[in-house]
Design a protein around this ligand. Structure first.
Ligand code: URA
Length: 230
């Protein structure tokens, strides 16, 4: 890993701030301050900041209960992002795993482990995502079968994979889908001449949104939860 990346991940500072620390000779690699931002370092190097040893930082994994009005991105000029909700020293190393629309609430995973994140979102893995949707119109009879058979979305040429629709009330459903196409849930109901008025993600694969987590709050994933999605 590059020295500047190691330092910014470890101290939670930007690459620009890291360069300043190097210029101020506050960083030592193997006892020398003659180090450069782009030099490669690994566990065999002894790296210090103001004399304190910096250890190779491990990957981070969180679940967030996303509120409305927040976007799944690392930066945005107009809206708060999911990263703005995290009070973590290494927050700028994190990214959201997949996306929810700005008006969708519920389970969002965040990590700085690119390989894990790819495993969760890869279309080949078909991880089931479960949503609770409130609909504008009552559900018509037999629509569950249409979802199970796959739906042709407007502008696409391939049906969606079989999806499981569970009726909760006439206008409230739980939908489980194995893909993550653009605005997929809203477009599936639009294809049925209905509309989603509120959407909430309940789970990704075996991982459920923690029912103790209020909107806008987050917590680290435990080892079992991390492994369950690998
Ligand atoms: N499907 C949608 O339409 N929106 C989301 O945010 C997630 C799935």
């Amino acid at each position: 890993m590059r020295l500047d990346k190691f330092i910014s991940q470890n101290l939670g500072c930007t690459r620009k701030e890291t360069k300043q620390l190097l210029r101020q000779k506050l960083i030592e690699v193997d006892g020398s301050t003659l180090c450069t931002a782009n030099q490669q370092v690994d566990e065999s190097n002894h790296i210090t900041f103001r004399g304190r040893t910096l250890h190779t930082p491990g990957p981070l994994y969180f679940m967030l209960n996303k509120p409305e009005g927040v976007i799944c991105a690392t930066k945005d000029s107009r809206h708060p992002t999911v990263l703005d909700l995290l009070d973590e020293p290494r927050v700028q190393t994190l990214h959201p795993v997949g996306r929810l629309d700005i008006d969708t609430t519920g389970l969002v995973l965040l990590t700085n482990d690119g390989q894990w994140s790819h495993g969760v979102t890869s279309p080949k893995r078909h991880k089931i995502k479960r949503y609770r949707a409130h609909l504008a119109e009552p559900l018509i009879e037999g629509v569950e079968k249409k979802f199970a058979a796959g739906i042709m979305l407007k502008g696409e040429h391939k049906r969606t994979l079989p999806a499981q629709l569970k009726r909760i009330t006439a206008t409230e459903v739980e939908l489980s889908i194995a893909e993550g196409r653009y605005h997929q849930v809203k477009r599936m109901f639009a294809a049925m001449e209905n509309a989603v008025i509120a959407l909430h993600r309940l789970s990704i694969g075996p991982l459920n949104l923690d029912s103790e987590l209020p909107e806008g709050h987050y917590r680290p994933l435990n080892r079992h939860e991390i492994e369950s999605l690998r």
